[in-house]
Design a protein around this ligand. Sequence first.
Ligand code: PLP
Length: 390
Amino acid sequence: MKLSHRITHITPGGSDGWEVFYKARALKAAGHDITELTIGEHDIRTHPSILDAMHASAKGGHTGYAAVPGTPDLRAAAASRIQARTGVPTTAKNVLITPGGQAALFAAHVAVCNGGDTALYVDPYYATYPGTIRGVGAVPLAIPARPETGFQPRAGDIAQYASGATSLLINTPNNPTGAVYSDTTLAGIADVCRTHDLWLISDEVYDTQIWDGTHLSPRALPDMADRTLVIGSMSKSHAMTGSRVGWVCGPEDVIDHLINLATHTTYGVPGYIQDAALFALNEGRPLEDEISAPFARRRMITETLLATQNIVKASPTHGAMYAMLDIRATGLSGEAFANQLLDTHQIATMPGESFGIAAAGHIRVAMTIDDARYTTSLQTLLDFAKDTAA
Ligand code: PLP
């Protein structure tokens, strides 16, 4: 039987740059001691107090169908967190609770793209972006953000592709680069969106992981609240990756349509997960700071070690749990470097090429193992780079 073009073309096939990751996982499964600096998963588990809240909710009977848009309390809590951070008036009616940020990304594109529409996104990009766009039947078009600009996308580059496009997807703080978009970058992006009548889908799932500067949500920029859909998630901020809870925040009429979409797709998020998320949000900044603290420390370790040598350079790592390392001085591609590092030192990293073309000659290091092992592994990586360059 024939499947739809839409589902068979979510990922185009062929090499996706994730071979090193799969190789590392296979070696690990075969019993090898592999140091994984690959994916964005914390080295801690969900906080016991959040699990207690989840347990109490489930025991208390919140195991039936939950409100499809999200529980009123969780929607309100997410809205007030957003309002407190952005200054944009936000109510529960501006928020749909989703099963994680990924479902929110999909829903946001369903909301704004028709089949065949062009949906822009920035390269380097989070792995699922082009597939998400294809999944809704739209056509992904990547705008490169270059290492020379610290991976900040340039408004002029976006403008070149904007005419006739429907939406632009951005992500700050950024996975994979660790860039935090500057006020100037975001003002330029907002300008292009207004001029070319683009929807802006702003993925802010790393908004608690900022090491330099402050997070600016483009929804707060002039005349942007009506054309911006913000993607949020408890995965990174609260180490709740497995709980699958996040949100889309946007204009009320869009959220109404998205509730309709949720009714016909996910049918909501389990009530005990939502109650756990509510508990976590009510804990406020102290819990968020506790969860982001290890990455802040490891980012300092990264800077300190990189300063001791001059082969590997880091892009400015201002946020998120990753460091994007420029290994071009070794003469290797990111892919060759990552493969050789895995083969010779059992350290797995992600080639920059896994995230598009703009981060070629780089590797992404996820700062997701304990400080001592992180320090040793990074030192080994730097020594390997030095030997390779020699
Ligand atoms: N957006 C970005 C940039 C991510 O890095 C991730 C996960 O790694 C997600 C969205 C999806 O996160 P989740 O679906 O766990 O909320």
